[in-house]
Design a protein around this ligand. Sequence first.
Ligand code: MLT
Length: 273
Amino acid sequence: MTTTSAALATYPLHDGAGIPLVLLHGFPLDHRMWAAAAQALPAGVRAIGVDLPGQGHSELGGMPPRLEDAADAVHATLRDQGEGNAVVVGLSMGGYVALALAERHPGFVVGLGLVDTRSTADTAAARDHRRRIADTVTETQTLDAVLGMPATLLGRTSVTQRRNLFPTLESWIRGQSPAGVAWAQRAMAARPDRTEVVRRFDGPVAVVVGAEDEVAPLVEAEHMVHAAKDGALTVVPQVGHMSAVEDPATVAAALALLHRRVSERAAPPRWPW
Ligand code: MLT
């Protein structure tokens, strides 16, 4: 097991008390993609955004391209801030890290939110594609290879009806570094199938997917919710792979329900029992 002491950048995205929702972002983005959904959470639900290694304001610090190391860094950062446990929510790449976190630090993760993501590994073709992108951004030292991504990240309804999301996503992508983008692509390519982690996880699981998500489609969400012991599926209509950005209120409602399921389990039984 590789350990790292690099502290990641974290952001209080919603005030509250008790067990926090820890929000892990997708690729090639940072914590900002969660801001609108966090603002739509009910009063009192605390949410913390994290920039994953090499993304946003978090340093890469020589970390090898392994999501396991990213998960350890998230855990170490939050533990150093005094957090004993968390409901860990990840969108796409963030979901891959959330599963690695649940595998490596099971006592820390008391609830899992898997948003527009998958527990399965990449195909050989997908791995090759990622490595080509990593090589290109490294060679050119530009983000050109990923600047066109909003068109595939957004659902077909957003492409026509939420045009304002294009410049927003593009500005978030432009905020990333070629080194961070290359690291993320190599790390995602190397991840194993973690369906077994979902199967063994004891806490509540919320699986959320955009009905128009073609990157991590409904079939992947159904695979995870069927594996979970205590899973709930939310299919968000008329949004794609960026459900938390395209329809923050619906995603926030699903996460609030997950938080309530976790809190109810943690609460002492009431009399008469
Ligand atoms: C993401 O949104 O994080 C990416 O689509 C993840 C991936 O490339 O698998």
